[in-house]
Design a protein around this ligand. Structure first.
Ligand SMILES: *Cc1c(COP(=O)(O)O)cnc(C)c1O
Length: 392
């Protein structure tokens, strides 16, 4: 046994290399990757543009410091601002860090409005990370249990329930922000209704609250638009990013606009590694490639094909509750816990995930081909049919 801390129930397989959406393990077996490292490998494995950007930057400079200007970070902030409609960007190294920055920003905003004990409204079944503040914001007791005292200042409401948020605002005058994933990932692939998001935007404006969208999983093209909130045509005040941004190189970002912009000054927040030349060069290559290769349109088409394919392949099967999602963020909800499907997928050469106990989750690379989509549908549907038929 290794000396790794036992924080993951790891599957008994190790991969040595990958190409596109195929990975090979240490025994030489090949797998179709429909998970892409949980929405991280935006361009699949070994993409030439990403490899060249990383290798080129590594040969020039890996790290300097935020004590100096970093041109790649400046360029990436410009690109992200243009794509998102936000005004400014803070770079960290992960989703949790991006959300920490957003939470600090919301509190800082509150203090400027003489709210010293700021509250942030958060959702049931949300996931925002594993640091103390972000696990406190997360709507899953399993993530929190044993780590009390939690960070205070979070008020939880049901997802997709505007009246519940309005009701909190009636009596709680310390609210400064509402934080949500417009497409909940870990919670089981649940989409926010467009009407809910429009109502939420209007309510936040009326109350002077910040609207924070955690796009760590659904951002960077995964839903077929650069950002999930763009489907509803709303603009948040704060947006957080991480997973897919660096295509496999760790980077996180907290974007702010309007009322949320211009709040932090020197000394208010920081990160040693945040915005380093290597990570920013990787992210620039990801954004360039997604744009140049037309991957947003491709994501919409392949995602739709996979969902429709699964619907028709699984049409007669008893135990399918729902097949849903957007772009290449797809959930197949069953009527029973189905965690064993992950190992069965592995045995069959398929990398998939199960979240929220009963939801098979697919997060393939944005350049997953139509042929790979068809193969995934046929092979996954067979696995699910067998699983549903075997029990009761
Ligand atoms: C994964 C995830 C996070 C946490 O990101 P880390 O990089 O693991 O810290 C936060 N929010 C959402 C929506 C996520 O999916």
């Amino acid at each position: 046994m290794s000396h790794l801390m036992n924080t993951y129930a790891r599957l008994p397989v190790a991969f040595t290399h990958g190409q596109g959406s195929r990975v090979t393990d240490s025994e030489g077996r090949s797998y179709l990757d429909a998970l892409s490292g949980i929405a991280v490998n935006t361009l699949g494995h070994n993409h030439p543009a990403l490899v060249a950007a990383i290798a080129g930057q590594a040969a020039r400079l890996l790290h300097t410091s935020n004590l100096y200007r970093i041109p790649a970070a400046e360029e990436l902030s410009d690109r992200l601002a243009a794509l998102s409609g936000m005004d400014e960007v803070f770079f960290g190294n992960s989703g949790a860090e991006a959300n920490e920055a957003a939470i600090k920003l919301a509190r800082f905003y509150g203090h400027q409005r003489n709210i010293d004990s700021a509250n942030i409204i958060v959702m049931e079944h949300s996931f925002h990370g594993r640091t103390l503040a972000t696990l406190s914001a997360t709507g899953n007791r399993k993530t929190q249990a044993g780590f009390e005292p939690l960070v205070s200042g979070f008020v939880r409401v049901p997802f997709n329930d505007l009246a519940a948020i309005r009701a909190v605002g009636e009596h709680n005058h310390n609210v400064v922000a509402v934080m949500l994933e417009v497409l909940q990932g870990e919670g089981g692939i649940h989409l926010a209704d467009p009407d809910y998001l429009h109502g939420l935007r209007a309510l936040c404006d009326e109350r002077g609250w910040l609207l924070i969208c955690d796009e760590v999983q659904c951002g960077i093209g995964r839903t077929g638009k650069w950002f999930g909130y763009q489907h509803a045509g709303i603009l948040p005040d704060v947006v957080t990013l991480a997973k897919g941004l660096g295509g496999g190189v760790p980077i996180g970002a907290c974007l702010a606009s309007g009322r949320a912009a211009g709040l932090f000054g020197p000394g208010n927040h920081g990160s040693t590694f945040g915005g380093n030349p290597l990570a920013c060069s990787a992210a620039l290559a990801v954004l360039d490639t997604v744009a140049k290769a037309g991957l947003l349109e491709h994501t919409v088409a392949v995602g739709q094909m996979i969902r429709e394919g699964l619907r028709s392949e699984l049409a007669g099967a008893k135990g399918i509750v729902d097949i849903r999602g957007r772009g290449l963020m797809i959930g197949i909800e069953l009527d029973r816990p189905c965690g064993v499907l992950v190992q069965r997928g592995l045995d069959a050469g398929l990398l998939i995930n199960v979240t929220a106990d009963k939801v098979v989750r697919l997060l393939p690379a944005l350049n997953f081909s139509v042929e790979e989509g068809r193969e995934l549908v046929v092979r996954l549907a067979a696995l699910i049919r067998d699983f549903l038929a075997a029990k009761d």
